[in-house]
Design a protein around this ligand. Structure first.
Ligand SMILES: Cc1cc2nc3c(=O)[nH]c(=O)nc-3n(C[C@H](O)[C@H](O)[C@H](O)COP(=O)(O)OP(=O)(O)OC[C@H]3O[C@@H](n4cnc5c(N)ncnc54)[C@H](O)[C@@H]3O)c2cc1C
Length: 346
């Protein structure tokens, strides 16, 4: 279904408000922040680079069992519910757009926004909330390993955390390698081992998954359904007679090769913060490993009047409910900062 979003025109819609706040990213964190800002009497404006709201939730057509009160809904259905709420509240949204420049004046930020294949507009805002989320990095990181790209583009290597679920039937009687040591790698190995003849779990270091799924995988390891190699690094992929040959290197530099039919890479996430480097007034923002933005407990960043919420700033727990809570906390902080000193204190 295509949503009819509340499009906004900079000069007409924002000029009547004393306190417009720009939210970069229309995932669940950005939407939650927008809703709370509106209830607190401010004017949120969401800018989203894609055609619709929802962020990562839009990519996941599986039941989401982690959100209180929404039993049985898939993540995509949750995205729809949240988008509907934003539309019903008449919160302005600018989709298909990106920020091309930000200037700081005495009392606000001047933000230049460009529509994909469209015009540029100028917004004056009192504060900026970064809610640009995170992404899986499997294909980015592994594209540098010899042999990866051709197998990835041929569909023999999957890098999205749930892509194995659509292929389970075709994995029956096959040999499969799962690469990674976190929750997603363990969930994938557990699912795959139920159908595959042999499953390998290849980890660079100690497992980092939650204990419940790790115990389930350990049981399958004890039964010989999963073979674990750890610590190992993948040094090469090659295709031999329709199969994939994986070359692994152990810590003491021994090389092992294993033939498999499919590979699933589950090596984690990085924050979507590269775009900040192109923006003069935001590029000095403090980040940590993986590009995650450093924030204080009230979601302020190292730059005055700039806040960050959701996966882009949360290394501890990336989830729908924490993103919703983050949005609410940031909104409350912004309202307080505006009340105390008008936010921009340049
Ligand atoms: C496979 C998978 C399964 C998951 N399952 C669950 C689950 O069952 N339960 C659960 O609670 N959580 C789950 N999660 C995690 C959950 O989806 C995320 O924690 C949550 O959606 C994060 O929301 P967010 O708003 O912080 O970021 P995102 O959803 O990433 O949204 C960020 C938005 O910002 C936009 N954006 C990025 N850069 C720019 C820019 N420069 N300009 C404008 N817009 C920009 C993006 O297009 C995107 O719409 C899962 C995640 C994945 C990948």
């Amino acid at each position: 279904m295509t949503l009819k979003l509340n499009s906004v025109n900079a000069s007409s819609d924002l000029s009547n408000s004393d306190s417009p706040v720009l939210i970069i990213g229309g995932g669940v964190a950005g939407m939650s922040c927008a809703l709370w800002l509106k209830q607190l009497g401010l004017l949120p404006v969401i800018i989203e680079k894609n055609a619709s709201l929802g962020g990562q939730l839009q990519e996941i057509d599986r039941i989401n069992r982690w959100v209180l009160g929404f039993q049985g809904l898939t993540s995509q259905e949750l995205a729809q519910e949240y988008s509907n709420h934003i539309i019903a509240e008449n919160i302005p949204v600018i989709c298909d757009s990106k920020i091309v420049a930000i200037e700081k004046t005495a009392s606000c930020f001047q933000v230049y926004v460009k529509k994909n294949r469209g015009n540029q507009s100028l917004f004056s805002v009192k504060g900026i909330v970064i809610a640009s989320g995170a992404r899986t990095i499997g294909s980015e990181v592994f594209s540098k390993i010899p042999g990866f790209n051709s197998l990835f583009f041929a569909g023999l290597i999957g890098c999205f955390p749930t892509d194995h679920l659509d292929q389970l039937e075709s994995l029956r009687d096959k040999t499969v390698a799962v690469i990674g040591g976190g929750d997603n790698a363990h969930f994938t190995a557990n699912d795959v081992a139920k159908v595959a003849t042999q499953t390998y779990l290849l980890m660079r270091s100690q497992p980092k998954s939650q204990i419940k799924i790790r115990n389930e995988v350990n049981r399958l390891i004890d039964q010989g359904r999963i073979i674990k190699y750890s610590p190992v690094q993948i040094s090469e992929f090659s295709q031999i007679e329709g199969r994939i040959e994986l070359t692994l290197r152990s810590l003491n530099a021994d090389f092992i090769t294993i033939p498999v039919d499919r590979v699933f890479v589950r090596i984690g996430y990085a924050a979507n913060t590269e775009f900040l480097l192109t923006l003069d007034n935001l590029k000095s923002i403090k980040t940590q490993t993986g590009g995650y933005i450093e924030i204080d407990t009230e979601r302020r960043t190292s730059i005055e009047s700039v806040y960050a919420v959701g996966d882009v700033a949360n290394l501890a727990l990336q989830s729908v409910v924490t993103a919703i809570a983050d949005g609410a906390i940031a909104a409350r902080t912004i309202a307080k900062d505006i009340d105390n000193h008008g936010v921009c204190r340049c």
